[in-house]
Write a protein that binds this ligand. Structure first.
Ligand code: GAR
Length: 201
């Protein structure tokens, strides 16, 4: 199985979905490590409960951003990942870190990129008044949420939605999409031509 390292800052519902899938050898990938920038992240509890090793790289424990990025690179590298999955990791990694895992770092984002990148994808889509939003699983490049897209699912905005209700509806779709996409990438490989990424041959 391909080795996955998951980076997460939050509750970790996407991590939980990966952990629910990875026990099946046919899935083709397993989570070998979890790295968080927040010592209180629920994702760390999920890792512990699943018997998966974890590491914390809190910004406050490092001299500056450069040192923190080096710490993240080291924390991730010790697990020797085939793929690195950003599952609600709410910090921007330096280009040096991204390049080290070029073509092997996957992010999930709660909007239909290239619309509504950044930390508030759900809020921004709602504020714009779109009737359809969704989620995107994509490769990470030097930009913020700009890398080649691997998969997307549309989620309708309903009258009366607010940020929590829309967030929850997107997250249901997102978990399924992330698990499916990461599994396919692990089993079938990935081919990138310019901006276009294709899973399998
Ligand atoms: C997910 O919806 C993910 O797309 C989003 O944070 C949530 C984390 O949920 N990420 C971003 O907004 C990145 N800019 P989780 O902790 O329950 O997996």
């Amino acid at each position: 199985a391909k080795r996955l390292v998951v980076l997460a800052s939050g509750g970790g519902s996407n991590l939980a979905a990966l952990l629910a899938a990875h026990g099946d050898p046919a899935y083709g990938a397993r989570v070998v490590g979890v790295v968080s920038d927040r010592p209180d992240a629920g994702a760390l509890d999920l890792a512990r409960d699943a018997g998966v090793a974890s590491a914390v790289v809190a910004m406050k424990d490092f001299e500056d951003r450069t040192a923190w990025n080096a710490g993240v690179l080291e924390a991730v590298s010790v697990f020797q990942p085939d793929y690195v999955v950003l599952a609600g990791f709410m910090r921007i990694l330096a280009p040096e870190v991204v390049r080290r895992f070029e073509g092997r770092m996957i992010n999930t984002h709660p909007a239909l990129l290239p619309s509504f990148p950044g930390a508030q994808g759900v809020r921004d889509a709602l504020a714009h008044g779109v009737k359809v939003t969704g989620c995107t699983v994509h490769l990470v490049d030097d930009g913020v949420d700009t890398g080649p897209i691997l998969a997307q699912v549309a989620v309708p905005v309903q009258d009366g939605d607010d940020e929590p209700t829309l967030t929850e509806r997107i997250k249901v779709a997102e978990r399924a999409l992330l698990v499916e996409t990461v599994g396919r990438v692990a089993r079938e490989g990935l081919y990138v031509t310019g901006r276009r990424a294709t899973i399998g041959r």
